[in-house]
Each structure stands twice: as structure tokens, then as C-alpha cells.
Design a protein around this ligand. Structure first.
Ligand SMILES: [Zn+2]
Length: 426
């Protein structure tokens, strides 16, 4: 008991590092050191991609957003390996993960009208990262010891269901993180400053708020749910802007490239509208109607990896595993970091009795998002049929630990576990 107590104290002493905060120029004590923040952010990139329907297929669109991000990145005080992703979700949103992973939904590009607005939103997200708002949230929400344990175990690739459950829980919170009013105010102030210093007209952020307001309640952008907009926040940004010299020459308001990119994505918007509708139909179990919409969506934009993925899911439900595998494989050629098509490809190949190839997809799926129970069940089946009973048992056990009891395969997994244990140990 005493030993444990001393260990915990040592742990806290070591982990409570003194870090230089480039934003304030002061040394601050932080429980979450930069390298841990980075590891955490990287761990959750695949989950963020999956929850937002995969990365947008057009490389030119990706590169364009990266180029704006890189420009603003140059003027921010925290030097981190920033990354910028455009994801397939048609919901109007942008968000940041710890350590500087910034996500822009394709839905945001549909509604923005000029480049300085995009710069305003990216500047605001970079501000959350630079002010360490994620770190502060996590420090408050979790004991830092718990957080470190999760990181250590995930990185060491050890298996404990509790850790994986926590992985899912923290991930969900990071993806829908609600900031405090003070944090929003700070992010607005810094975001405007960053955009301005990068050479952009800083009124872009203000214009963005006006666009979001105009969308009304029925189309309320998710960005406003996670970045609440009380009336005075808008006024505060306006006051903030009055301090800037907007007559400064060469402030970028708009570019030709923005409109080239915007036209490019608008050309396939219909494909994404259909995908969104098809997703709702899947959740209502109206598979035939959904399939019909997805066929149309893919016809309009054959590279739409989100639609390919949802069609693969419907084919799996209909037990048409060859078609499911074909769609999942194509989706993975477009975005190899997308979890769902890995899982679907793995399940389909398992059903087609191609266990060895199924394994490679499922092991990759497990690596991307380790907290999803079905991956382990199908891995168990693959290993069992290939004769590796020890690994089959491990995977069935993990599947059952992670399951909420409503997956449908629990009874089968339990039966198989009992049988394999007898075969192996008696
Ligand atoms: Zn914000």
C-alpha cells in the first residue's frame, strides 16, 4: 500500500512537467506534456476520419486546405507537426484534435464564400490548439494517471478491455468537445490575430458567423453546437476587429483558387446529399431505398468513398459478400485510413471463407480503432478456421468484454470459447 502511494507521488512529480508556453512567454506547469498531447491526437485521427465518413477523395481539394493551413501555421507560436484533413461529412463543421490535427468537413466548404472565411475558421481551430484547450479539458476530466496509462498501454500494443473502453470514451468526447465561453473568446481573439498575421482579411471569421446564422435552426451547423455563439460573441469579434488596420495593403480577402476548389466540390454535392439521406435510411433499416440512393450517388461521383462504404454495408446486410468486398476495396484504395471499409472487407472475406486475407483487413481495422468489438469477433472466427485456437480465444474474449451485449454474435462467441478452451486445455 505504502509502496503504491510513493509510486503515485513519484509519478505525479515526474509527469507534472514545467513547459514553456510560447503563447504567453511564461513557464507553465502542465499535467499533459506536449509529446503526450501529440500521441493522443495521433491515436484519435482514425476515429475522427471514420466518424466523418472518410477523407474527401479529391487530392486537389485536400492540398488546397493544407496550403491555407500551412500559411497560418507559420505565424502560430506552438510549433507542432500540424496536419489538415478534409473529410466527407456534409455537416457544416470543423474541429481540432489535441496536438494540432485539424479537420474540415466538406459541408463547410459548401457554405463558405471566400478564402478569408476559411482562413478565419482554420485560425480559430489553430487557436484552440495553441491555447492548449484540449489539454485543459482532459486534465480536468480524467486523472492524468489514467490518461497516461491508456497511452502507455495503447502504444505498447497490450490488450486490456478496460483500456480500450476508455479509448472509445475519450475519443467520443474529443470529437464533440464543447469549449467554455472563455475558451471561445480566447480562440476568437487568437484566431483573428493568426489570420491577420498570415496576411488574411480578419473579417473572414465574422462573415462566417453571419453565414452560419443565416442557415437557421433547421440547418444549424455543428460548429455552432461545439462552438456556441451567443449574441455578444459576435459583437466581441466586431470590437476586436476595430483594432486592426484593415486598409493594410495585400490583405487577402479572396482568391481564384478558392472558387476553383469550391466549384469543384459543388459539382459533386448532389452525390453527398444522396449519401447523407442514404445514411439516415440505413439507420431506419430501409435498406432497399438506401441502396437505390447510393447507386445514384456513386453514379454521380464514382470516387465517393463514403457512398461506396455505405453500399458495402448494405451488401453485407443482404449477404452479398462479393459485392460488399468489391465496394469496400475500392473505398480503401481512395482512403486507406478509413476504418469501416477495412471491417467490411474483413467480414465479407470471412464469409467467403478467405480467412487469411480477411485477417489482414481486420488486423488493420483493429489497429485503426481498437475499441470496436465486432472486429475481434470476426478475427476470432478467422483464427479459429485457420487453426490458431490460442489467438481465436484471445479475440473472442476481447470481443465479449468490449460488447454491449446487443451485437448479435455474443452467444456464438461464448459457445466457441467453451469449445476451443476444451480442445486446447483438456
Ligand atoms: Zn471554438
Amino acid at each position: 500500500m505504502k509502496k503504491l502511494f510513493i509510486f503515485v507521488w513519484l509519478f505525479i512529480l515526474v509527469s507534472c512537467a514545467k513547459t514553456y508556453d510560447p503563447l504567453t512567454g511564461k513557464h507553465v506547469y502542465t499535467l499533459l506534456p506536449e509529446e503526450k498531447e501529440l500521441e493522443l491526437g495521433e491515436l484519435y485521427v482514425p476515429l475522427a476520419i471514420d466518424q466523418n465518413d472518410g477523407r474527401y477523395p479529391d487530392k486537389e481539394v485536400q492540398q488546397y486546405v493544407v496550403s491555407i493551413g500551412k500559411k497560418i501555421e507559420k505565424v502560430v507560436p506552438r510549433k507542432l507537426p500540424y496536419e489538415f484533413f478534409v473529410v466527407n461529412s456534409p455537416i457544416v463543421n470543423a474541429f481540432a484534435l489535441p496536438g494540432g490535427k485539424i479537420f474540415v468537413n466538406i459541408g463547410l466548404l459548401y457554405v463558405l464564400e471566400n478564402e478569408s472565411q476559411l482562413a478565419g475558421v482554420i485560425g480559430h481551430e489553430l487557436a484552440h490548439v495553441n491555447a492548449r484547450h484540449h489539454a485543459r479539458f482532459l486534465e480536468k476530466q480524467y486523472g492524468i494517471a489514467i490518461l497516461f496509462n491508456i497511452l502507455a498501454i495503447l502504444l505498447a500494443n497490450q490488450k486490456s478491455a478496460d483500456i480500450f473502453l476508455q479509448f472509445g470514451k475519450i475519443g467520443a468526447q474529443l470529437l464533440t468537445l464543447k469549449y467554455s465561453r472563455d475558451q471561445e473568446r480566447e480562440a476568437d481573439r487568437l484566431g483573428v490575430k493568426f489570420a491577420y498575421e498570415a496576411g488574411y482579411d480578419p473579417t473572414g471569421l465574422l462573415e462566417t458567423f453571419l453565414i452560419f446564422k443565416k442557415l437557421g435552426n433547421t440547418n444549424a451547423p455543428e460548429w455552432l453546437l461545439t462552438h456556441p455563439l451567443p449574441e455578444n460573441r459576435y459583437k466581441e469579434i466586431k470590437k476586436l476587429l476595430s483594432k486592426y488596420d484593415l486598409s493594410k495593403k495585400h490583405l487577402i480577402k479572396d482568391t481564384k483558387q478558392f472558387h476553383y476548389i469550391k466549384n469543384k466540390v459543388l459539382k459533386y454535392k448532389k452525390s453527398y446529399d444522396l449519401m447523407k439521406e442514404a445514411k439516415t435510411l440505413i439507420s431506419k433499416k430501409k435498406y432497399n431505398q438506401s441502396l437505390n440512393l447510393l447507386n445514384q450517388s456513386i453514379k454521380i461521383y464514382p470516387q465517393n468513398n463514403a457512398s461506396l462504404t455505405y453500399r458495402a454495408i448494405i451488401y453485407t446486410i443482404k449477404r452479398d459478400y462479393k459485392k460488399a468486398y468489391k465496394d469496400a476495396k475500392k473505398a480503401l484504395e481512395i482512403d486507406p485510413m478509413f476504418f469501416k471499409p477495412h471491417l467490411i472487407a474483413g467480414i465479407s472475406l470471412n464469409r467467403l471463407k478467405n480467412y487469411r486475407e480477411s485477417l489482414t483487413y481486420l488486423e488493420k481495422a483493429k489497429e485503426l480503432i481498437p475499441s470496436f468489438p465486432d472486429t475481434y469477433y470476426y478475427l476470432g472466427l478467422d483464427y479459429e478456421y485457420l487453426g490458431d485456437y490460442k489467438k481465436a480465444i484471445e479475440n473472442y474474449q476481447m470481443a465479449l468484454k468490449l460488447s454491449d451485449g446487443k451485437r448479435g454474435w455474443e452467444a456464438d462467441a461464448k459457445r466457441r470459447l467453451i469449445r476451443l478452451k476444451k480442445l486446447l486445455y483438456y
